[in-house]
Structures are given as structure tokens and as C-alpha cells.
Design a protein around this ligand. Structure first.
Ligand code: HPA
Length: 268
């Protein structure tokens, strides 16, 4: 039963740190540095937490960080889990269930994305206003405890949080566009033909994460803010890219991403 697994993980985390975080944050590829700014923190390797699996990808550290950031109690996943690593969506989304059990009401999802929209440039930040699940799998398949599997996904990403993020980015003079994120399973990058198809069906950016966590978070009634960091132009649009360039560009964008997140935390 998922309930007992969540309770075991919860117990272990609460033994390490007495905290009731309000906000959960998942940091994507190359975006982990925000976790270093957390004050009074406890850092727990995923490996030590019951039923957590470990990230195997370079650029993903695999620790849970609990403490205070911009005056808010937070829990941060530094090191995201991906479907392409071979994990099931149940394994990938288990930490979201645990963060909810810890007490969060808001989840901030970040990722590295390839630009499909020709007006996006590497280095841009984009607010995720909706998604297309092109992974071929859905995390609501099978037993999810008390959740309704036939979940309505009309408003996955919170319009109210999006509005706050936009106004805070404006104050910081950081460009924040909005767009539709399409999730693929990976681990290969896309073909130019796939990117042309994704463009035709309305996607602005592409990546290999975020959607499983967003669906589970929605099923748990969490408010979601999604922020994509454009690390490259997608296949056939710009120069060819590698995981290394993704990480290098993500590290640069994380400075602006972190400033937007901290300002949003102060407002919620
Ligand atoms: N495609 C898929 N995932 C990605 C990309 C991309 O171009 N860039 C960063 N993550």
C-alpha cells in the first residue's frame, strides 16, 4: 500500500528535521544550486529515505534539502528522477507524495527544455502554462491511494502563481514568456521531424520531465508553478546540442531562475 510507504519515508525525514514545509521545489538538470541558499538545513540523500530511488544522471545530485528559503519553510529535491533512467512513474512521483505528506501546499517544478517556439533563445526562462503529455505513460495508472484516477487536468498550472511569477520577473527585469511544454520519454533527443510535428500541435518547448510530477501534484490538490529554462534550440532549429551543453546553459540560467523563485516565495 502506498500509504504505508509514504508514512515510512515521512517518519525517517521527520526524524532528521522537525519542519512542516509549505512549499516543495524540484530542481531540474543543472539547476541544483538554489538548494545551497537554504538556511538551517538538513540534507538527506535519497538513498537513505525508504522507497526513494536515486538519480543516475550527471548534473543530478539526489538529495532532499529541508530548511528555510526567502523566509519560507521549504523542501527541495536536488536531483530529479527521470523516466528515461528506467524508473517507473510511481518511483519518480513518490517524492511528491511524501512532500505533500510533509505538509506542502505549493509545488515549484523547474526543468531544462529545448526551444520549439522560434522566438525563444537559449538562456530564456518560460512559465509553463499547460502541457502535452507525449511520454506514452501516465502516473495515475494503477492505485494512487485516495486520488480520483479520472482526474480533470483543465488547470494543472496555477494561474494565480503564474501571475505572481510574471510580476516578480518584471520587477527583476527578467524576461518571462509563457508557453506549452511537451514531455517526451527520452533519453534520445528528438528528430527534426518530431520537432516540426510538436510545433504544429502547439508545443513551445520540449523536455523529458515535469509532467509526471505535475499530474500527481494536481491529484493531491497542490498549487503548481512550472518554470522551464531554455537550454538549447530543439533539433533541426538550431545547432546540435548535448547533455553537457544543456547543463552548462542551465547553470547560467539558474541565477535568474533562483531570483524569480525567491521573490515568488516572499509573495505567497
Ligand atoms: N529535448 C528534450 N529534452 C531537453 C532538450 C531538448 O532539446 N533540452 C533540454 N532538455
Amino acid at each position: 500500500m502506498i500509504r504505508t510507504k509514504i508514512e515510512q519515508a515521512l517518519k525517517m525525514i521527520q526524524m532528521k528535521k522537525e519542519i512542516k514545509p509549505e512549499v516543495g521545489i524540484i530542481l531540474g538538470s543543472g539547476l541544483g544550486v538554489l538548494a545551497e541558499e537554504v538556511e538551517n538545513k538538513a540534507v538527506i540523500p535519497f538513498m537513505e529515505i525508504p522507497y526513494f530511488v536515486s538519480s543516475t544522471v550527471e548534473g543530478h545530485e539526489g538529495v532532499l534539502v529541508l530548511g528555510t528559503l526567502a523566509g519560507k519553510d521549504v523542501v527541495i529535491m536536488r536531483g530529479r528522477l527521470h523516466y528515461y533512467e528506467g524508473y517507473s512513474l510511481d518511483e519518480i512521483t513518490f517524492p511528491v507524495q511524501v512532500m505533500k505528506a510533509l505538509g506542502i501546499r505549493t509545488l515549484v517544478l523547474t526543468n531544462a527544455s529545448g526551444a520549439i517556439n522560434p522566438s525563444y533563445e537559449p538562456g530564456d526562462l518560460v512559465l509553463i502554462k499547460d502541457h502535452i503529455n507525449f511520454m506514452g505513460v501516465n502516473p495515475m495508472r494503477a492505485d494512487k491511494g485516495e486520488s480520483d484516477n479520472f482526474l480533470d487536468l483543465t488547470n494543472v498550472y496555477s494561474a494565480a502563481l503564474g501571475k505572481i511569477a510574471k510580476s516578480e520577473a518584471k520587477k527583476l527585469k527578467i524576461k518571462l514568456q509563457d508557453g506549452i511544454y511537451i514531455a517526451v520519454s527520452g533519453p534520445t533527443y528528438e528528430t527534426p521531424a518530431e520537432i516540426q510535428f510538436f510545433n504544429k500541435i502547439g508545443a513551445d518547448m520540449v523536455g523529458m520531465s515535469t509532467v509526471p510530477e505535475a499530474i500527481i501534484a494536481r491529484s493531491l490538490g497542490l498549487e503548481i508553478l512550472g518554470l522551464a529554462c531554455i537550454t538549447n534550440k530543439a533539433a533541426g532549429i538550431g545547432a546540435r546540442h548535448t547533455h553537457q551543453t544543456t547543463l552548462a546553459v542551465a547553470q547560467k540560467i539558474s541565477y535568474n531562475l533562483n531570483r524569480v523563485i525567491k521573490n515568488v516565495l516572499k509573495k505567497i
